[in-house]
Ligand binder design. Structure first.
Ligand code: FAD
Length: 379
């Protein structure tokens, strides 16, 4: 019997397993992932899944001895956010005594480095296949088409549509945004100078995230998905450049656009019996502040600590403390992003005036601005 079965080998599940085995090498762990990832094209072009990782989480990842290709990282040195009436807020890494605000990292680059380190541990087994049945009695039985496993604990990191969460009827409130996040990568006419830009345009949010060599990754939260995905590369690049008022000049598509539906998932509890939810299985968030996977890493570090220190035998009180701690962090960030989205998606003229006034006000209140940045960076 395994001590812990982790379902989902995405960034959260794999980093949780690695953190756990590093802290307690006595444990027996199995990682169940439906698809064996193919990293053979990692050096070609750029992945379309690219995330802003906070300094705190990158530091935590690097302490796990992972070796991602850092030359492919982008760096956010400063950030420039604009409202829809010439309002703006600007901040810089110096505002919070940090060398950078976030690193822009490809999913596959990071995942490859985490799995490579995890493979060094003989106590960790990998099973590739889809989990499609679970029973939880004194221990957990997991069944897939080609596997049958038994573990003391099942940690579900199987993403926003979590099979495990649905199977065990965790209560989840879902709030759709009726928008998708359109992502793509571009080569730019002008240098990005390690500045991230974000425009709240009233009917959408467009973000430019700096990549090396004057390239950028974009996330465009919009309801014009079908129309945008039907465009040719040239037409799409022209639309994005126009939306940003040609901030970095003309753009050239280097990674075709893809779209991910956006919704807020609020789960009230992360633990039921021997089942524990982490990452997107436990919570999703609007990507406007780039905090989704950062919150998932927070769950991973905290749960790994709890299971490692208790030899995978935590009592109910310890697990309740874990849930309370993570729920407080997650809710704070979910609500902040949700309110910001509601505020900037509102067409009322008075709300429009107030939000733009608010943005300028925060920009001028140096202390408040620093507090906000520091709190976002510690996730
Ligand atoms: C447009 C967009 C932009 C974003 N930008 C950012 C950003 O800049 N910064 C940030 O922090 N976050 C960002 N996010 C959020 C981020 O994508 C997620 O929070 C993160 O990927 C969640 O990781 P995870 O490991 O929990 O889930 P996932 O990445 O979804 O991984 C789940 C894994 O479980 C596996 N799986 C699923 N079901 C089964 C099963 N039945 N059996 C076996 N395996 C299974 C899947 O194959 C997958 O590998 C963004 C999200 C979107 C939509």
């Amino acid at each position: 019997m395994y001590d812990v079965a982790v379902v989902g080998g995405g960034l959260v599940g794999s980093s949780f397993a690695l953190s756990l085995i590093k802290q307690n090498p006595q444990l027996k762990i199995v990682l169940v992932e439906q698809r064996k990832p193919d990293f053979s094209t990692n050096q070609d072009g750029f992945d379309n899944k690219i995330y802003a990782i906070s300094p705190h989480n990158l530091e935590m990842l690097m302490t796990l001895d992972i070796k991602p290709n850092t030359e492919r990282f982008g760096t956010i040195q400063s950030m420039n956010v604009r409202g829809d009436r010439n309002s703006k807020i600007e901040f810089d890494s110096h505002d919070c005594n940090s060398r950078y605000l976030a690193k822009i990292i490809e999913y596959r680059n990071l995942q490859q480095s985490i799995l490579a380190e995890l493979e060094q541990f003989s106590q960790v087994e990998f099973v590739y296949g889809t989990l499609n049945e679970i029973w939880d009695n004194d221990s957990v039985i997991l069944k897939g088409d080609d596997f049958f496993l038994q573990a003391k604990w099942l940690v579900a990191a199987d993403g926003a549509n979590s099979f495990v969460r649905r199977k065990f009827d965790f209560t989840v409130e879902q709030i759709p945004y009726y928008q998708s996040g359109v992502v793509a990568n571009f080569k730019c006419e002008k240098p990005n100078l390690n500045v991230a830009h974000q425009w709240f345009t009233g009917d959408g949010i467009l973000a430019y995230l700096p990549l090396p060599n004057n390239q950028i990754s974009i996330v465009w939260s919009t309801d014009r998905v079908e129309e945008l995905l039907a465009l040719s590369n040239e037409e799409f690049a022209a639309q994005v450049a126009n939306e940003s008022n040609y901030e970095l000049g003309q753009l050239e598509v280097i990674t075709r656009p893809a779209a991910f539906p956006l919704r807020l998932n609020l789960v009230n509890d992360f633990v039921r019996g021997h089942i524990i939810l982490i990452g997107d299985a436990a919570h999703t968030i609007h990507p406007l502040a780039g905090q989704g996977v950062n919150l998932g890493f927070g769950d991973a570090w905290e749960l790994a600590k709890v299971l490692a220190h208790t030899n995978a035998q935590p009592d109910a009180a310890t697990l309740s403390r874990f849930v309370a701690l993570r729920l407080a962090e997650v809710r704070k960030m979910q609500m902040t992003c949700h309110m910001l989205h509601r505020l900037f998606h509102n067409r009322n003229q008075i709300v429009n005036l107030v939000r733009n006034f608010g943005l300028n006000l925060v920009n001028n209140l140096t202390l408040l601005k620093k507090m906000l940045i520091r709190s976002a960076m510690t996730y």
